[in-house]
Design a protein around this ligand. Structure first.
Ligand code: ATP
Ligand code: MG
Ligand code: MG
Length: 401
């Protein structure tokens, strides 16, 4: 009998995971609100309506599935831990707990000897003086600095770039006015951001990383206002070039990402975001699930990150060669425009471009900054893919203005 997969969260990642499962005849049951993107492409009985942080709702899901996985890390790791004797949870709840507090995650990586940006916690409920003290301790009062929320952050919504100490009160207000625990992170003047989707295929932590993990190709990510805007595969040498990034750096990024992920308990895809700084790799953060910067694996690689995640958590075979990209690709996120239907205009324009795959997520209405969909253009070369997607990038910029 095939196993049934339960997913906490039914946003776009849960929806694309369900798409991949549908093709494999694998049943997915989602826990999230009625009408969520994932529920729209599944039969009605396969949605448990509820809050994916609610222990009772998670127990209900557990009673109907063989393995529980997540599309978002901001879940109740304790509730999952309590359930782990009765249902397989992937990745392991301890891994989710180590990751969903971004400061703990950094400490964990440092302990394993993996380079990350220096950071220091602000005391709980701390005021402007406490933040200023933390900055002083970290970097002798230099700016810019990043003030970040430790938990529940995504799409840059837990980040504030501090340009001077006078902005600290405004930053505290923007990050929850003292209700959230914060930390200060040193500013990284990176040359480029890279990401690697790593598949962990072995349950145990610290197994030889070359045995326990596989890696998708390295991609370059371009963020605007802390939100991912574009993803390039292969990564470029620089933002003004279409020459691929040096292969030895790409290999280094893949190896660093695999070593970082090999230490976690449990299986599945992990999205590893990195900074490239003077040829060195610093890990920015790790998501214990498929990731926005891996969307283009759907069209560019032998199998997608979503199918790889399912195969890993269900112990299905996974040939490393299937993860390779056989064409170049550029992915553009469609963010909510200044009007609620701007994303539909992007769909019409994208339909005119050859080899442009359009993914809309079924979110009812666009709001500025909300991820409504994405488009991936594939081509034989990056130059060609970039050329074809350029009018769409311009349109998305225009609609956001
Ligand atoms: P996600 O949606 O990927 O979970 P997030 O909200 O957790 O994102 P981060 O990944 O911490 O946010 O940061 C978002 C972006 O902000 C990064 O991709 C990078 O562009 C920028 N950024 C984050 N930290 C730093 C830093 N220390 N120095 C410079 N830029 C940074
Ligand atoms: Mg994050
Ligand atoms: Mg991030």
């Amino acid at each position: 009998m095939d196993k049934t997969v339960g997913v906490l969260g039914g946003g776009q990642l849960g929806r694309m995971l369900t798409e991949a499962a549908n093709r494999l005849n694998i049943k997915v049951i989602t826990l999230d609100a009625a009408g969520c993107p994932a529920s729209q492409i599944n039969v009605p009985g396969n949605l448990i309506e509820g809050d994916f942080k609610d222990p009772q709702a998670i127990r209900k899901l557990a009673s109907r599935v063989d393995v529980i996985t997540i599309e978002i890390e901001h879940v109740n790791a304790d509730a999952l831990h309590d359930l782990s004797p009765v249902v397989d949870v992937q990745p392991h709840p301890e891994t989710i707990r180590n990751i969903n507090d971004k400061f703990l995650q950094k400490e964990y990586l440092l302990k394993r000897g993996i380079p990350v940006a220096k950071s220091i916690p602000v005391k709980p409920g701390g005021d402007a003086k406490d933040v200023a003290n933390a900055i002083d301790l970290l970097n002798g009062n230099s700016y810019p600095q990043m003030l970040k929320a430790r938990k529940d952050a995504y799409d840059g919504r837990g980040n504030f770039v501090l340009r001077s100490s006078s902005e600290i009160p405004e930053a505290i207000k923007a990050l929850g006015g003292g209700s959230r625990n914060l930390y200060v992170e040193e500013w990284v003047a990176f040359e480029m951001e890279l990401a690697v989707m790593v598949v962990k295929t072995e349950d145990e932590p610290d197994t030889d990383w070359q045995i326990a993990t596989l890696a998708f190709p390295v991609v370059e990510t371009v963020h605007e206002d802390s939100i991912c805007k574009l993803v390039y595969c292969p990564p470029r040498e620089s933002q003004n070039s279409s020459v691929p990034l040096d292969e030895s750096i790409q290999r280094k990024a893949q190896d660093s990402a695999r070593k970082a992920v090999a230490g976690f308990r449990g299986k599945g895809v992990f999205g590893v975001e990195m900074f490239l700084l003077h040829g060195d790799i610093l890990i920015n953060e790790i998501a214990p699930r498929p990731h926005n910067s891996g969307h283009l694996t759907i069209e560019a690689c032998g199998i997608s990150q979503y199918e790889a995640h399912l195969r890993a958590i269900l112990d299905l075979p996974l040939d490393p060669k299937s993860l390779e990209a056989d064409r170049a690709a550029v992915m553009l996120n469609i963010l909510g425009a200044s009007t609620s239907t701007g994303h539909l205009k992007v769909r019409s324009e994208a339909a005119k471009i050859s080899r442009a795959s359009i993914h809309l997520y079924g979110k009812p209405e666009g709001r500025p900054g909300r991820k409504m969909g994405h488009v991936t253009v594939t081509a034989r070369t990056l130059v060609e893919a970039e050329e074809r997607i350029l009018p769409l990038i311009n349109l998305v910029d225009q609609l956001r203005a």
